[in-house]
Design a protein. Structure first.
Length: 202
């Protein structure tokens, strides 16, 4: 499955219904690694590292939802530079008092993390920074959960061979407009194929 992962956004090309999520099933570094490996096309769409700029992500809208103690299932609408809007379902999970971005599935049903093979030479430690950053910057995730931010808009992108930075605006909710930065790093598998991983949202 191809997904978008935003540390904050993943888009899958399948509609899969799964059993309700439980408090004990918190995301792990290995799960996050699999999700981002499966999300390469749309990570590049977010960071501006695709062959066609028409597929770049311009904005993400967080729809109305109700969160439980451990899980939030949020409808999202992703606007591409071509003018196309893609709908999906974002899942957030809470573990040990912290909320984490878990997955997003295209369509109206949430799904578990993609069960894809991890390429040789890539290790769960690649996503360790992302987990740490999400814990340190809970204001962004709780802002979404509290309806403080309804829209994330890409303001600018920059980068080089090994790093991409996306500056975003968070707005249209009950909180004042805020600004954040998404950072992605390039890693190379044993096969020589390059992968991009979302490291931080702060």
């Amino acid at each position: 499955m191809k997904r978008i992962s935003l540390g904050i956004v993943t888009l899958a090309l399948a509609l899969t219904f799964v059993a309700p999520l439980t408090a004990s099933a918190s995301p792990s570094a290995s799960e996050m690694l699999k999700e981002q490996v499966a999300s390469q096309t749309m990570i590049r769409a977010l960071t501006g590292n695709l062959g066609s700029s028409s597929q770049y992500v311009d904005w993400v809208w967080f729809g109305d939802f109700h969160a439980t103690t451990w899980t939030a299932t949020i409808p999202v609408y992703v606007g591409l530079h071509s003018g196309t809007t893609v709908t999906g379902t974002l899942i957030l999970r809470k573990s040990a008092g912290y909320w984490y971005f878990y997955s997003i599935t295209r369509g109206a049903y949430g799904a578990r993390v993609s069960n894809v093979p991890i390429p040789a030479g890539l290790y769960p430690s690649v996503t360790g920074t992302s987990i740490t950053e999400q814990k340190a910057h809970q204001w962004i995730i709780t802002g979404i959960l509290n309806h403080g931010y309804k829209k994330m808009t890409v303001a600018s992108r920059s980068g080089n061979y090994g790093t991409r930075t996306v500056n975003v605006t968070l707005s249209r909710g009950s909180r004042h407009t805020a600004y954040a930065r998404i950072v992605a790093y390039r890693r190379t598998a044993t096969s020589g194929k390059q992968y991009w991983f979302l490291a931080s949202l702060k």
